[in-house]
Structures are given as C-alpha cells and as structure tokens.
Design a protein around this ligand. Structure first.
Ligand SMILES: Cc1ncc(COP(=O)(O)O)c(C=O)c1O
Length: 472
C-alpha cells in the first residue's frame, strides 16, 4: 500500500537550521545606505535583537535551534508530508506528487516557523513588545501566537484592504492578545502622511512595514523600546523556514524517493526557500540523488522576478530600510486587489535574487484565475482548502503532472502547501461565483517606478554595476 501521509516523530524535529549563504554561487551583494551610497545596514541594528542580526549575516552552514524553540515547534511539528494520491488519480498522471503541509500550525501557515524563534530571541534579550506588518494576516497571526507563548506584546499593522476583507484574521490576532491597526493608520507619521494625501488609501505591505519600523524606532523615546519583526525576505526568516525542507528530505528518504522538481509560491520567498534550500545543499555538496529543478511561482499581478528589475530598492514605502539588493517592482508598488494577499510584496529575498540571476532556480507567473482553477482540482481530489498563495504552486505542479502524462514520465514532484485557506473563503466564494478576474501588472508601471527610483538616487546604476552585476 502506498503511504498517503508520511510522518516523523517529535524527536525527528531537526536540531539545526541550514543556512544557504556560504553555498551561494557568489556572495550576497551588501545592503547600501543611501545617505553614504556605501555598504551599510542603516537602521537594522536598532530594530532587531542581536541573535537575529548574527543569523542574518552568518556564514555558518548550520545554526542550532534553541531547545526552547524546538519545544514549541513540537506543538505542530514535524508536519506531514502527503502523497497526493487523489490528485494523481484525478490527473491520471504517472507523476508522483508530494506536498509538505504547513497548514497544521496553530495559526494555519508556515509563518510560525519563524515567528517562534523571533519572539524567543526578543524575549531572551529583554524586549517586552514587538511590532510588525501583515498583509493577508497570516504573518500577523503567527507572530501573535508566538508572542502569546513567550509572554510579550505584539503591535500589528495590517494592510487596510485585508483588515476590512478578513475580519476573522484580526479577531484571531486579538484572541492571542495582539493589538492590530488598519494601515495606513494614525499611529505613525508615515501613516498620517499617506492618509493626508489620500484619505481613501487601502494600504500596501510597503506602507505597513514603514509603520511597524517607525513604531519600533520611535518607541524608545517615549517608553520601553520595542523591536521590529519581519515575516519574509530576510535571510534569518528563510533560514528558520528550512525546517520544512529538512523534514521533507527525511520523509522522502523513508519512502526511498527524491524530487525531480520542487515548487513553491513566492511572496518574499521564505516558504519556497525553506523547502528548497536543503535540497540545494545536496546539490552543492554533490549528495543529490537527482538534478532537481527548483521552481518559484509568482502571480502575474505582482511579477517581481519575471518582470521586475534586479537592482537596489527600499523594502518599504517610506524608505526607512537600507537599499536591499533584490528583484523589485519599485517600493511605490500599488497592488491590484488580488486574493493571494501574501504574494503582493514588491520585492523578494536577496538570496532568491542571486539564485534567479544565476539561473539556479526558474520562475514563472500565473494569474489568480488559473491558480484558483488548479485549487478547485486540488480541493476536490485531496480535500484540503489551500491558502490562495499556495494555489500558485499547485497550478505549476498540475501543469507538470499533465506533461508527465503526455510523455509517460513518472517524475517525482514536491511542493509546499503553505497554509490552509479557511480564512479566505470569501475569495473562494468570488471565484466560484465567476467574479475573479485575471490580472497582469502592466510593464509600463514597472518602467515608471524604475525611472522614479533612478531619479531619486541618480548614482544607483553605478552601485548596481559595482555590487550586483559584478557579482564579486
Ligand atoms: C499562506 C502564505 N503562503 C505564502 C506566503 C508568501 O510568503 P513567503 O514567500 O515568504 O513564503 C504568505 C505570505 O504572507 C502566506 O501567508
């Protein structure tokens, strides 16, 4: 009998995370401080605990997971690896399809893999409150859970469009005792400025990040210093997520299988990185059983890697962060109201950017209607309601499984199912009622933003040539 659920024991929870940075094809370009035009991390040391900064810049391949964090991971980890037998049958494909299911975490997604260590390190360093942004609400819920566990407070700036569309996400965060503001809010100067210019502004992740960072920076002046936490993009977040791939590798070993291709959706790139970094490690250390293809899938509504530019840009709208080397659509990106809220960020992890530049990973974009079409097949064959974000990966997997059928190729396909979609039923409702539109972000908009960025920093091309194109 083919096992449907491949499970590990609690003692199999990995003891170390894997850090890809020493194994990248070339070193990561540095952050740039726009005031000096030189490498510099700007506000970063003021908003993160020391241990997180150490992890961010670490060149160690393996980083120990604190026992206290493993204890909390035990609430839901190891997560199951499912063999998608129902989906394989529905597609009549000879492909073997596996998915690592992160929806079993307390808040319903992979985000807890990083919120728990982030809350832990802050607590250990005496911080009593942390701030953050959340788009769809998944990261906010995950942080609210983790801070509740470690007895610290969380202030969460939630993109106004989601705040209104997803009241239950807000209630979940409140249940964990977090305070939640619709962003742009009146709490911060960045929020007030945007509301003054546009009282109807529905928010973006870039704006919410500016608010959360400003709250952290200003907090020490009036009371106890609060730190900032982030749900994706940064190396330390991708590092924490590698628990997914490390477990998946062990799980596949037990059924004597190895993936031909690995798929994940990309918002900031943390869940995809978490699944594929450990397999990339096999490749660079020549331990891989196969030449595994690594495939990132993004929405056509927010196509930072397929249509954006690999350059330096701010991580937030108010330009508080240093300039980050990444594929970007521009920090002034205004997303269309698509339903995969977690994929609507203008930039992407610097590590993903290097891997895409070096063609170590491939990327393609699908629209939300295609993504929900794929979700429908998945729901009716596997029974799980996927988060709208991960439906993008499902679409790519289904396409490949169909090709396998045409060519009679029994490939092994692995993807990350980042969360469940129980809080996203309104989006499914719109899809099933035929109200969802495919949407493509116009190329002219990217050009416009890039021109604005160039005008803002006329020296940007020189810095880009020096650190990104030069690859040294
Ligand atoms: C359920 C879910 N999946 C995927 C993502 C995309 O983020 P990342 O690329 O960092 O995994 C998000 C982001 O909020 C999310 O909530």
């Amino acid at each position: 009998m083919i096992p449907q659920k491949i499970l590990l024991k609690e003692e199999d929870i990995p003891k170390q995370w894997y850090n890809i940075t020493p194994d990248l094809p070339h070193p990561l370009p540095p952050f740039i401080d726009p005031t000096t035009k030189e490498p510099g991390v700007g506000i970063v040391p003021q908003i993160f605990p020391k241990e997180i900064i150490n992890q961010e810049i670490s060149q160690e391949r393996w980083i120990t997971i604190p026992e206290e964090v493993r204890e909390i991971y035990r609430i839901w980890r190891p997560t199951p690896l499912f063999r998608a037998i129902g989906l394989e049958k529905a597609l009549k494909t000879p492909a073997k399809i596996y998915y690592k299911y992160e929806g079993v975490s307390p808040s319903g997604s992979h985000k807890t893999n990083s919120s728990v260590p982030q809350a832990y390190y802050n607590m250990k360093e005496g911080i009593e409150r942390v701030t953050t942004e959340t788009g769809a609400g998944q990261w906010g819920s995950a942080l609210a859970f983790a801070t509740a566990i470690f007895g610290i407070k969380a202030t969460i700036y939630m993109v106004k469009a989601s705040y209104e569309q997803k009241p239950y996400r807000k209630m979940l965060m409140n249940a964990y005792d977090a305070e939640v503001y619709a962003s742009p809010s009146k709490q911060t100067a960045a929020g007030r400025k945007i509301l003054q210019e546009d009282p109807e502004n529905r928010g973006t992740l870039g704006i919410a990040i500016s608010e959360a960072i400003e709250d952290s920076l200003e907090s020490g002046k009036t009371g106890k210093k609060a730190n900032y936490t982030i749900g994706s993009v940064f190396n330390h977040v991708c590092l924490h997520q590698t628990i997914e791939g490390l477990e998946a590798k062990k799980q596949l070993e037990t059924v004597d299988d190895y993936p031909d291709a690995i798929y994940g959706c990309i918002g900031g790139g943390s869940s995809f990185s978490g699944l594929m970094w450990p397999f990339y490690y096999d490749k660079v250390t020549k331990k891989a059983a196969k030449e595994t293809k690594l495939i990132a899938v993004e929405p056509t509504a927010c196509p930072k890697v397929t249509r954006g530019e690999y350059t330096y840009d701010h991580g937030d709208t108010a330009k508080l962060t240093p300039l980050v080397p990444m594929y970007t659509l521009g920090h002034d990106f205004m997303p269309a109201p698509i339903h995969a809220g977690g994929l609507r960020y203008h930039g992407i992890a610097p590590t993903i950017s290097v891997l895409a530049q070096e063609k170590q990973i491939s990327t393609f974009a699908v629209n939300q209607v295609e993504a929900f079409d794929a979700a429908k097949i998945f729901i009716r064959s596997e029974g799980i309601i996927p988060s709208p974000e991960s439906t993008h990966a499902i679409k790519a997997v289904i396409d490949e499984a169909r090709k396998c059928k045409e060519n009679n190729e029994p490939k092994t396909l692995l993807f990350i199912l980042t969360g469940h979609g129980f809080f996203d039923m309104a989006a499914y409702g719109e899809y099933f009622n035929g109200n969802l539109q495919p949407y493509e972000y116009p190329t002219e908009k990217v050009d416009e933003s890039m021109m604005k960025l160039q005008k803002l920093y006329p020296w940007l091309n020189d810095v880009r040539k020096k650190y990104i194109n030069n690859k040294e």
